[in-house]
Design a protein around this ligand. Structure first.
Ligand code: HMG
Ligand code: MG
Length: 323
């Protein structure tokens, strides 16, 4: 059980600009991406992903990541107190991140061999060997590193994943000296029991016994409607970092059937209602996501956002204009 539940505070790690957009079928204009990122930061998001230094031919929506960092350098995107991260799969990705001036990166592997191969073209062992060099060099450059273990609960190719298998990969990533590891339900199959089975031992081992040397985050996709329940289960066992995506955008192009992430609006609504601080202003966040959904020309999956949109319409309030 958690030392304290509900916790006083949850760190919301916003993945909308990366996980959210990487799976969009239609190209998202660079200017709209910057507006979305700025709206999220202005709503109080303190940590967010801005892109991915992966192969642009494989993930075209992330091909403009250098340009996004250019906007940060030029002041067109103002981070303020927010910390930005980008996915880095290998040395080439790290070199791109360094050249772009990134101060935070996230390396990513999987709990299952088939998904690691499909996603990053490496076995789990190979990915960890590559990350050892990436992490060491990032540390030399004072770049913050986060890690992901995808398919921690289920895999589109191998089915159900045994908790000990996922836990073992998290432990191997932690041994590389990565201070924060996000445990991913890539295809949204987890239920709260599975979350407890994987995350309770990790929190005990890494956050309690080792004095918070490695922090554990939860990354839940909402494909089967269990993401919010899973987030709550994770909090109950002591997880205090939760990944989520504006409007519930998201999905992985290499995971058939994967849909959006836990929506940031739904998460913040829950946190507000439980008196848990996130630092995010739900009204500003919702206005940003609603405006972005209009730019995309479709409603987003966040339930809170849908209710917000209906309420705005009923009151005839023209919310959702991105500045
Ligand atoms: P590869 O083809 O195996 O790499 O790709 P390679 O080393 O064999 O190189 C082949 C070519 O790619 C070379 O170019 C390299 O220079 C180039 P050539 O010499 O032929 O002209 N290359 C690169 N170009 C740009 N940036 C790079 C890079 N690396 C090599 N970093 C690689 C391996 C990992 C790069 C590739 O498989 C890839 O980009 N995969 C995309 C993975 C991805 O973005 N997946 C989605 C995000 S993960 C996710 O969504 C899950 C998560 O949300 C958590 C969860 O939900 O569980 C994080
Ligand atoms: Mg994801």
């Amino acid at each position: 059980m958690a030392k304290r539940f509900p916790p006083r505070q949850i760190e919301v790690f916003e993945v909308g600009v990366r996980d959210g957009l990487q799976n969009e079928a239609r190209a998202v204009r660079f200017e709209d991406k910057i507006r979305l990122a700025q709206g999220l930061i202005d709503a109080g998001v303190r940590r967010l992903e801005l892109g991915a230094f992966v192969r642009p031919d494989l993930v075209p929506q992330m091909a403009d990541t250098e340009r996004v960092y250019g906007a940060v350098r030029e002041g067109a995107l103002k981070l303020g107190r927010a910390k930005a991260y980008a996915l880095v799969p290998n040395r080439k990705g790290l070199d791109r991140a360094i050249a772009a001036g990134a101060k935070g990166i996230a390396v990513f592997t999987a709990a299952t061999e088939s998904f690691a191969r499909k996603n990053i073209g490496m076995s789990i062992d190979e990915s960890l060997a590559v990350f050892a060099e990436v992490v060491a060099e990032a540390k030399r450059k004072r770049i913050e590193v986060r890690g992901y273990v995808s398919t921690a609960f289920g895999c589109p190719f191998e089915g159900k994943v045994a908790p000990k298998k996922a836990i073992a990969v998290v432990e191997r990533l932690a041994k590389l000296g990565i201070p924060e590891i996000s445990v991913g339900d890539t295809i949204g199959v987890a239920t709260p029991k599975g979350v407890v089975d994987v995350m309770a031992p990790l929190v005990t081992r890494f956050e309690r016994k080792s004095g918070k040397k490695t922090r554990i985050a939860g990354h839940f996709h909402d494909t089967r409607g269990t993401a919010l329940a899973n987030a709550l289960a994770a909090m109950e066992v002591g997880v205090t970092i939760l990944d989520s995506s504006a409007g519930g955008l998201g999905g992985c192009p290499f995971a058939p059937g994967a849909t959006g992430n836990l929506a940031t609006e739904d998460l913040v609504y829950l946190l507000d209602g439980m008196g848990i601080r996130s630092g995010i202003d739900l009204e500003k966040l919702s206005a940003t996501s609603l405006a972005f959904s209009r730019l995309l020309g479709r409603p987003l999956s966040s339930r809170y956002l849908q209710a917000y949109a209906s309420a705005c319409e009923a009151r005839n309030e023209p919310r959702g204009a991105l500045r």
